[in-house]
Ligand binder design. Sequence first.
Ligand code: NAD
Length: 381
Amino acid sequence: MSESRKLRMGMVGGGPGAFIGPVHRIAAELDGKSALVAGAFSQTAERSRAAGKSFGIDPERAYADYRSMIEAERKRTDPIDFVVIATPNHLHLPVAVAALEAGIPVMSDKPATATYEEALALEAAVAKSGLPYGLTHTYAGYAMVREARSMCAEGKLGAIRKVAVEYFQGWMTRQIETTGHKQAAWRADPAQSGAGGSIGDIGTHAFHLLEYVTGIEVTGINAMLRSVVPGRLLDDDCNAFLRMANGATGTLACSQVAAGEINELRLRIYGENGSLEWRQMDPNRLVVKWLDGPEEIRHAAAGYLSNDARIVGRVPAGHPEGYLEAFAVLYREFADALIAWKEGQPNALPATLPGIVAGVRGMRFIERAIESNRKQAWVEF
Ligand code: NAD
């Protein structure tokens, strides 16, 4: 970009009462590189206007639907630089494709699409457009996740032999989707959530975290999915065995009916020399257990961390950063990549920022888990 200005973003989703839309706005604006200027925030023009007002944007740029937003923004002299997708899953593909076909880069929330077939269509659309496409697997933005990733890449643990990732929540323990609960209603509806229930909503985060940190692909899965709550149309609980490309094995469990759990995402990785443990609810610490040495606790923002971990911090050690800041790390990397691309450099996201490859992997995980559960057998990736 010739002038020094903030990137202008247009959001789809994030209307009144929405969970993640406002998080995207805060995260994108945290480092002063992007600003929300437009949106099609809800299913009705009235609610979209109300959301636009609450975000303090020009009322003219709170659109009735995403197609009108793309159409109108293209005609402006100060159009949006990228589209943020924060809607229920079934809209991720159509919104992303509409933006990409109009020449607008995309930052989407996960899962990338509603089904694996859609993910392949999106992958083709991203490739055809040649535009930046980022995916907000939030947990990739944490300093201590990046420290764990660096330790694996440097072989500090030796060969990785066993992995365990679990993501437990309890908020869907009762059938709240029939009581008017906004977030539960679409998540329990296959038409809006897509093929996966808990595996799509939180299993994809666990799966991504595992491959992201270890740098090793999952090659086989044997999954048992259940709908524990009577009448629920999608899975709300999953236990799976995994095979990894290097011969390691592991487990992935996720549940939204683990009563009492809030957001218990936990990753453990065991190598020949020792192991790593990271918990999302205690995100500024990474526990390292050595076979032949004392246990270590590494702290976010400490000077001894790897470069990848150190550069994401904004405040000195001992001053906790969390969900919003991790989310903002992804936005900072996306903004930097977008600015570089606008200035004529090749379209390339940093390896630390999830994109379309991670999106397709996540959808493949959902598809494979469902197939394995159906066959009650191991399936290959
Ligand atoms: P939500 O129900 O709270 O919000 C969805 C918003 O989309 C609502 O404002 C709704 O009005 C709007 N919407 C629906 N149809 C629309 C349309 N046609 N046009 C414009 N807006 C429309 O849901 P949520 O919990 O915020 O989840 C949204 C997405 O974010 C999902 O894909 C979910 O998987 C993802 N998510 C990601 C994280 C994360 O940590 N990265 C966390 C939560 C949710």
